[in-house]
Design a protein around this ligand. Structure first.
Ligand SMILES: [Zn+2]
Length: 194
């Protein structure tokens, strides 16, 4: 894959002349043609991948209920600007500094949440019993949904409109004013700035 230099400092380490971009067109099963764009920094190793649909951007919000075991196979494109939310558990994963796009399914998405909750639990001090209880409840709920698919609601909120859930029951919608105001979009993605 050919790499192209980008004339701007790295958004992470601010080093000049170290950013490169690679792009190639990919056929993602069921999603159609996408351009996969990766921006990387040779100084600090930061990289960000995104999948840009050939058909243009979709509405920013997707609501989906994991209602059965079969729904765990629903395919998901999560872009680097996307916040994934589980309203029932008050859980939200925002695009952080190292946010990168990925293609997965609902089961993979739940597993990512499970890993995050487990990580937070490990870091808890002994005297935080209340928090531990809350986290254990979250973990239990996520694991149950991951095994049986028992009605857990998942939301993708993407101000750049590059994320998608591929399932007939997934509902796409515009983001509300409130969501647009509060949602972070991650580090200024080199790809989308001029
Ligand atoms: Zn860097």
């Amino acid at each position: 894959m050919e790499e192209q230099a980008i004339e701007m400092p790295c958004p992470m380490c601010q080093e000049e002349g170290q950013l490169g971009m690679m792009a190639h067109v990919d056929e993602i099963p069921y999603f159609g043609e996408h351009t996969q764009v990766t921006v990387l920094c040779h100084a600090c190793g930061w990289r960000q991948t995104d999948f840009i649909p050939a058909e243009g951007r979709k509405p920013g919000g997707w609501d989906f209920e994991i209602a059965s075991e079969k729904d765990l196979n629903a395919r998901v494109i999560r872009s680097s600007s996307c916040t994934v939310s589980i309203p029932e558990l008050d859980l939200e994963v925002n695009p952080g500094g190292n946010a990168t796009g990925y293609v997965t399914n609902m089961e993979g998405l739940l597993n990512r949440f499970i890993k995050i909750v487990e990580m937070v639990m490990k870091d808890l001090e002994g005297d935080e019993e209340e928090n531990l209880k809350t986290l254990q409840h979250m973990l239990h709920r996520l694991q149950k949904a991951g095994l049986e698919g028992d009605g857990l609601q998942i939301e993708l909120l993407d101000p750049h409109g590059l994320s998608q859930i591929l399932h007939p029951d997934a509902v796409d919608r515009d983001l509300t004013e409130d969501e647009l105001r509060r949602l972070p979009v991650g580090p200024d993605p080199a790809v989308f700035s001029k």
